[in-house]
Design a protein. Structure first.
Length: 403
C-alpha cells in the first residue's frame, strides 16, 4: 500500500493521525531502532537534496525518514504497536528547510533566466546550502545580480502554488528543467518567476523565504558551486559574519570597513618577517655547522662526520641549512635527526665518496621508515620518532665500518 504523503498538498501540516501498518526492527545500526510504515504521513523523507524531517510518532522519536519506493519508512527509537498513532513534525526544522528549498528554486530561476546558468544539483546542509551551476564562471556581478533579483521577487510577496500535471503539460507551461518521468507530476510554481517539478516542502509565498544571501562561489569539477542561505538562517549567518569582522577589526586596531586594507598590510609584514627569519635562520645554521666542523675529529680516511640529534623547537629550514653548511666543507658528512618528528637528513661533500641514499636505505632496513634522495643528499622519516638517536648512531657506525 502506497504511503499517502500529506506534505504534498500542505507543507504547513504539523500534526496528523495515521495507521501503523508495520513496525520491524532496524537491521543495521549501533542503537536499537525500528522501521515504521504508515498509511499516511506529514514527515518528509530525504530526497532531492532536502534532508528528512524529525518529529514524533506517539511517544517514539523519529530519527530518520527514508523514501523506499512507494513507502515512506520512519526510523524510530522504540517499537510501536499496529493501529492508530498521532504524529507531529519538528516545525523549526521543517520551516527552515522550506525557506531554504523555496529560496533555492527562486535563486536557480534567476541564475538561469537572467544569466543562462542552469542548476545541475542542490544540497541543503545543516548550516549552508549550495547549488551547482553549469557554464562559465559566474562573476561577482552575476552572483550579486541573481541575489538582488531573487530578493526583489521576495519583496513582492508573490504566491507559491502546487501544480499537478504531466511532463508534457509542464513543458508547454515553460518549466525551468524538463523531466522525462511518466504519469502525473507535482511542480512548484512561483508566480511569474519559476515552475519546477519537485516533491519537496515549500512556503506559501515568496515573502516567507525572508531573504536570499549568496556567500561564495567555488569551482567544483566542471561546474561552479554557489553557497547561499535563506530566511532565519541568513540572519544567523549574517550576524556571525559581522561578529567575525568586528573581532578582526579589534585585533587589527581599525574600523570594520578598513579590515581588507589592514589585512593586506599585515600579510605583507608577515611575509617580510618570514623572509628575514629564514635568512637569519640560515646564517645561524651555517655558523653552528662551522662550529661543529671545527670540533669534529678527522678520521683516518680524512673524513669528518658530524652526527647530531636536534630536539623540539628546531625548524626543518635550520636542519637543511646546517646540513648544507657541513656539506660545503671538504670530505665532510652530516648525519642529522630530529627527535620530535623522527626526520633524518644525510648529506655529504662529494669528496667524501660515500652514498647517502644507500646509507638511508640501510637505516630503514633496521628502523622502519621511508624516504630517499641522491648520492650526496637524502632525507626521510622514521615511523617511530623515538628511534631517531639509535638510527643516527647506526648510520654513523655503518659509515665507519666502510660497509
Amino acid at each position: 500500500m502506497e504511503t499517502r504523503r500529506l506534505y504534498y498538498d500542505d507543507s504547513y501540516q504539523r500534526d496528523f493521525s495515521a495507521q501503523v501498518l508495520s513496525c520491524e526492527p532496524e537491521a543495521h545500526g549501533a542503537t536499537p531502532a525500528w522501521n515504521v510504515v504508515l498509511d499516511c504521513t506529514a514527515l518528509y523523507p530525504t530526497s532531492g537534496g532536502q534532508p528528512h524531517d524529525l518529529g514524533k510518532l506517539g511517544e517514539a522519536n523519529v530519527l530518520d525518514v527514508r523514501d523506499e519506493g512507494e513507502d515512506v519508512v520512519h526510523v524510530v527509537d522504540r517499537e510501536l504497536p499496529l493501529g492508530s498513532v498521532k504524529g507531529c513534525v519538528d516545525w523549526g526544522r521543517r520551516f527552515d528547510h522550506m525557506q531554504q528549498h523555496t529560496g533555492q528554486h527562486l535563486l536557480s530561476a534567476m541564475f538561469q533566466e537572467r544569466y543562462g546558468r542552469p542548476t545541475v544539483s542542490f544540497h541543503l546542509g545543516n548550516d549552508l546550502c549550495t547549488v551547482d551551476l553549469r557554464g562559465p564562471e559566474p562573476t561577482e556581478e552575476i552572483l550579486e545580480g541573481a541575489e538582488r533579483a531573487a530578493n526583489q521577487v521576495i519583496s513582492e510577496d508573490r504566491p507559491i502554488n502546487v501544480r499537478y500535471g504531466t511532463a508534457e503539460q509542464f513543458a508547454e507551461m515553460g518549466v525551468r528543467k524538463e523531466v522525462q518521468r511518466a504519469g502525473i507530476l507535482r511542480a512548484i510554481e512561483i508566480e511569474g518567476a519559476d515552475l519546477q517539478p519537485c516533491g519537496g516542502t515549500h512556503v506559501r509565498s515568496t515573502a516567507q523565504i525572508g531573504i536570499v544571501l549568496v556567500r561564495d562561489c567555488t569551482k567544483m569539477r566542471q561546474d561552479w558551486r554557489v553557497e547561499f542561505v535563506c530566511g532565519l538562517r541568513a540572519a544567523r549567518v549574517s550576524r556571525n559574519d559581522f561578529q567575525l569582522l568586528h573581532r578582526a577589526a579589534e585585533e587589527l586596531g581599525c574600523a570594520p570597513e578598513d579590515v581588507p586594507g589592514a589585512v593586506q598590510r599585515a600579510v605583507a609584514e608577515r611575509d617580510l618577517h618570514f623572509k628575514n627569519m629564514r635568512t637569519l635562520l640560515q646564517r645561524v645554521a651555517e655558523a653552528d655547522a662551522a662550529a661543529a666542523l671545527r670540533s669534529a675529529k678527522v678520521e683516518g680516511n680524512g673524513i669528518r662526520v658530524i652526527a647530531q640529534i636536534f630536539g623540539e623547537g628546531n625548524q626543518p629550514e635550520y636542519l637543511n641549512g646546517f646540513a648544507t653548511g657541513i656539506a660545503k666543507s671538504d670530505k665532510a658528512v652530516a648525519l642529522l635527526g630530529m627527535s620530535a618528528e623522527g626526520n633524518l637528513l644525510f648529506a655529504q661533500n662529494p669528496a667524501a665518496g660515500k652514498d647517502m641514499n644507500a646509507l638511508l636505505k640501510q637505516v630503514f632496513a633496521q628502523f622502519a621508515g621511508k624516504g630517499g634522495g641522491t648520492r650526496d643528499f637524502a632525507r626521510g622519516k622514521l615511523n617511530d620518532a623515538a628511534q631517531a638517536n639509535r638510527a643516527v648512531a647506526f648510520a654513523r657506525q655503518f659509515l665507519a665500518s666502510g660497509s
